[in-house]
Unconditional design. Structure first.
Length: 289
């Protein structure tokens, strides 16, 4: 088992580790070595690499991660939130909230950049059909439209995921965030979490694929994260997702990666050839009922 996963397990269990132990876990990890060996001064490279590193606790202690965070802030942070173009009019829900989540995991939940991203969600994100956002810029109308009469499901799913992480890392102190999570999960449950209302087909590409870490597409891994953290498995509208996960099991409580995103900034932690230890751990609450 990679020491980065050992570190993740220890962190999630709230085990007390010394600075020396943390440094040893990080230094011994082949995954950490893979994520920190190359660098391209390009915003998308930095965004996807940061999403990967954010899955490893304490990785913000690495000089590479510190430089990466500084670069992402310099190139994507605006007074209104995170923008993949670096301009306010380019803010879209998925990239804004993915960076909010990454920086939250990296110990920056209270930073001005994360708070700006959070305020954007509170003011402008919609979680229901036929609701109109007051956000005035046109960037959200590109790429199929983020918040038209039928809001982009990827944006809603990513927002729910990011808000769940933010709530957990800030001890659920923001009641408005809790309300938004409930609104978002209610909307997702209406869709059995991954199905179109019209024909029960998958809503988007890769929504039924297991991938890790996350990228801009909404994946099955994201949906399981949401179902686990928001305690949705007992809801009957989660049954289709349970059935899908059982179909994908290659052995009891074991799954393979289905999809690896092809961008040089993105690095999957494992291959598709055998059961994923990370997914086995992250899906631990699945199919127990």
């Amino acid at each position: 088992m990679d020491t980065a996963l050992q570190l993740r397990k220890a962190y999630d269990k709230k085990q007390s580790l010394t600075d020396q132990e943390i440094e040893q876990y990080l230094a011994a990890s082949p995954i950490v070595k893979k994520l920190t060996k190359d660098w391209v001064e390009q915003p998308f490279f930095a965004i996807f690499r940061l999403l990967c590193l954010a899955e490893i606790p304490y990785s913000q202690r690495l000089p590479y991660t510190q430089n990466l965070m500084a670069y992402v802030i310099a190139t994507t942070a605006t007074e209104e939130g995170f923008s993949y173009t670096g301009k306010v009019e380019g803010i879209v829900p998925c990239y804004n909230v993915m960076l909010l989540e990454a920086f939250t995991r990296l110990g920056q939940a209270k930073s001005p950049e994360v708070q700006a991203a959070l305020n954007w969600i509170k003011r402008y994100q919609v979680f229901e059909r036929n609701h109109t956002t007051s956000w005035p810029h046109k960037g959200i109308c590109k790429h199929g439209g983020c918040m038209l009469k039928t809001p982009c499901y990827i944006g809603i799913g990513k927002t729910v995921r990011g808000l769940i992480t933010y709530a957990e890392y800030t001890s659920h102190q923001d009641e408005e965030v809790e309300v938004l999570i409930k609104q978002g999960t209610d909307y997702m449950l209406k869709h059995q979490l991954f199905q179109r209302l019209s024909n029960q087909q998958p809503i988007s590409a890769h929504i039924t694929d297991i991938m890790f870490p996350q990228a801009y597409m909404l994946s099955l891994t994201d949906l399981v994260f949401i179902a686990n953290k928001a305690h949705l498995w007992e809801d009957k509208q989660s049954q289709s997702l349970k059935d899908l996960l059982r179909e994908k099991e290659i052995a009891p409580q074991q799954w393979k990666l289905d999809y690896i995103y092809g961008h040089k900034g993105y690095k999957a932690f494992e291959t598709r050839r055998k059961a994923s230890e990370w997914i086995g751990y992250l899906f631990a609450e699945v199919c127990k009922a």
